[in-house]
Design a protein around this ligand. Structure first.
Ligand SMILES: [Zn+2]
Ligand SMILES: [Zn+2]
Ligand SMILES: [Zn+2]
Length: 268
């Protein structure tokens, strides 16, 4: 089954342009169609008439308008940082149209923060009447945890994000690993035979919780996907200059970019 993945956002937590920054990349990113304009990171995976999101960041409202997104069927969360969860409340109008609500999937550490930030949505008594109709499903952090969504298996792939181990996801022949500086050995078997690998590449210099470009290139060379796309990008990397320097099967993703792939191919 063919699926389309859309990069809703490809920027780091501060977005590009970064507020208050006069650098050349941020200046260029003020142009509306600049490939350097990067909103906070999230992807939309569409297949079989369904729309599945990975994360809802603070730019979700603008991203959904840009992509004319008319429905969301489920959301998988990677972790509890603001740039990945703060758009949850913008699911409200999309959730009202669905009597069954929208299913959210998150590990315990992420679900706990979502419940705290959006307390009025999840309280049992005196719930805010027009809060989002969402169901927060806690998923295990055990290796091999899978979520079945509309005939497709989403496999949780643990990745190292500084002092935390958070979720990446594999679905068919694609994998999305935002926010990570390393991949544990035990996760490597889940990342073989990929057509598409999407992974964190923050900047040129090393960072304690994000992969830098040279490390991301080395990870791609180790995992050997057919194509690799970098995301969670800061203002350190100019889109066109960086892409011209990369090997042929690797590129910086940009907001609004779409990829098609086979979502039903074997996962482990
Ligand atoms: Zn992030
Ligand atoms: Zn800048
Ligand atoms: Zn993070």
């Amino acid at each position: 089954m063919q699926a389309t993945l859309t990069f809703l956002g490809t920027g780091t937590s501060m977005g590009v342009p970064t507020l208050g920054c006069p650098c050349a990349v941020c200046t260029d990113a003020h142009q509306p169609n600049s490939p350097n304009r990067r909103t906070r990171p999230s992807v939309l995976i569409a297949y079989n008439g369904r729309n599945v999101l990975i994360d809802t960041g603070p730019d979700f409202h603008a991203q959904a308008i840009r992509e004319r997104l008319m429905a969301v069927d489920a959301v998988l969360y990677t972790h509890n940082h603001a740039d990945h969860i703060l758009g949850m409340d913008d699911l409200r109008p999309l959730s009202f149209a669905r009597p069954e609500g929208i299913a959210l999937y998150a590990d315990d550490a992420t679900a706990t923060v979502i419940e705290r930030v959006f307390e009025y949505t999840f309280r049992k008594v005196d719930r805010y009447p027009t809060s989002a109709r969402v169901h927060l499903n806690r998923i295990s952090t055990d290796l091999g945890t899978q979520v079945e969504l509309f005939g497709v298996t989403f496999l949780r792939v643990p990745v190292t994000h500084g002092r935390n181990t958070i979720a990446g996801y594999r679905f068919g022949s694609a994998a999305y690993l935002t926010d990570m500086n390393d991949i544990p050995e035990s996760s490597l078997p889940y990342l073989q035979d990929l057509d598409i690998l999407i992974l964190d590449a923050l900047r040129h210099e090393p960072h304690p919780s994000h992969s830098h470009l040279a490390n991301s290139i080395a990870l791609v060379e180790k995992l050997k996907p057919k194509r690799a796309f970098f995301t969670h990008i800061s203002h350190d990397l100019d889109h066109n200059t960086t892409n011209a320097s990369l090997p042929a099967n690797m590129q910086l993703a940009h907001d609004g970019q779409r990829l098609t792939f086979d979502i039903n191919s074997e996962t482990l």
